[in-house]
Design a protein around this ligand. Structure first.
Ligand code: DAH
Length: 338
């Protein structure tokens, strides 16, 4: 009996010492000390030992158990430490290594200004509407009181796709589309790309505009003035002055061009405002009754105002940019300034 225990002890020690992994140690633990383990079996059979030997036998059995437990524990710890070290070695992170620089993009200045303008008008209760960039001649011209051969068409150098289809030359084309599908009151802005066959320091073939209009009973020019004043003050500051200059557009009557006091010299005169103290910023007016008729509205019942502006132009004035082409050259040195 005692020899039995001794050989179990020896065998366990041999096996434990030969183990090469934590897993093997865990298996040996089960093999010797588990519920059906070899040593556990011996402990369970203690009852069948004659009374007089049982005490001594139990003591030796217990000793062997503690011995194996301790040995297993020691090896377990060794393997645990080794495994941890391995993980620490292979998955080492040097927190002092400088991080790699990930350049972060930003919104294009045109988008930034457009977003700002949209935010202002939506806060005034205007809804955003969109129309197609490839537009029918009807919505771009005819419905805006510019029939074929109307001289005002020459004001805009149009890209014609066919006799009846153009690349829209302005976002005013959205006006009649919206009116046809809605009943007043209307408070709408229509931002988007427009196209003109033109290119120099202040003109590019594709640029952005924002059209705005308001239609209801009893809309007057003072509503136009009030809305534009709020808008200009929010974009350029409350000290900015506005000036309405009589002008002509076929789709508005009366029409005006709106100037703001020069953002650079505050009106004193500089080369940006060509010493006039004023900068032209947008076109506007009271919607021509002919346009209402085209949309199927009764011009006796409704009145409204409309205005249109170039987004790049607003951005140029806001940031003092003198060449519109900079917006589309994708020069990082330019773009990173916004
Ligand atoms: N559509 C005009 C343009 O492209 C801008 C404009 C002027 C829009 C007067 C309007 C307006 O709504 O009333 O130059």
């Amino acid at each position: 009996m005692l020899n039995d225990i001794l050989s179990i002890k020896n065998l366990a020690r041999e096996e434990i010492e030969k183990a090469e992994s934590l897993k093997e140690i865990q298996d040996l633990k089960v093999k010797y000390l588990g519920k059906k383990g070899i040593l556990t079996g011996k402990i369970k059979s203690l009852g069948s030992i004659p009374q007089e030997d049982r005490r001594e036998y139990g003591r030796i059995l217990n000793e062997a158990k503690i011995y194996i437990e301790d040995l297993l524990g020691k090896y377990e710890e060794t393997f645990n430490t080794a495994e941890l070290n391995k993980i620490l070695q292979t998955q080492r992170i040097d927190v002092t290594v400088p991080g790699c620089y990930i350049p972060i993009g930003r919104l294009h200045p045109t988008t930034q200004v457009l977003d700002e303008i949209i935010k202002i008008f939506t806060s005034l209760g205007f809804n955003v509407e969109e129309g197609p960039e490839i537009e029918l001649d009807f919505y771009n011209f005819e419905a805006l009181n510019m029939p074929k051969n109307h001289p005002a068409r020459d004001m805009q150098d149009t890209f014609y796709i066919s006799d009846d289809v153009v690349l829209r030359t302005h976002t005013s084309s959205v006006q009649v589309r919206v009116m046809q599908n809605n009943v007043p009151p209307l408070r709408v802005i229509a931002p988007g790309k427009v196209y003109r066959c033109d290119a120099d320091v202040t003109h590019i073939p594709m640029f952005h505009q924002l059209e705005g209009f308001m239609v209801d009973k009893n809309i007057t020019m003072s509503d136009l003035k009030g809305v534009l004043e709020v808008f200009i003050h929010m974009v350029f500051g409350v000290d900015t002055k506005l000036r309405f200059r009589p002008s002509f557009f076929p789709f508005t009557e009366p029409s005006a061009e709106i100037d703001i006091s020069c953002v650079i010299c505050k009106g004193a005169g500089c080369n940006v405002c060509k010493n006039t103290g004023w900068l032209e910023i947008l076109g506007a007016g009271m919607i021509n009754p002919r346009v209402f008729e085209m949309a199927g509205y009764d011009p006796e019942e409704y009145t409204g105002f409309a205005f249109g502006m170039g987004i790049e132009r607003v951005a140029m004035l806001k940031y003092g940019i003198d060449d519109i082409r900079l917006f589309y050259e994708n020069d990082k040195r330019f773009l990173e300034q916004f």
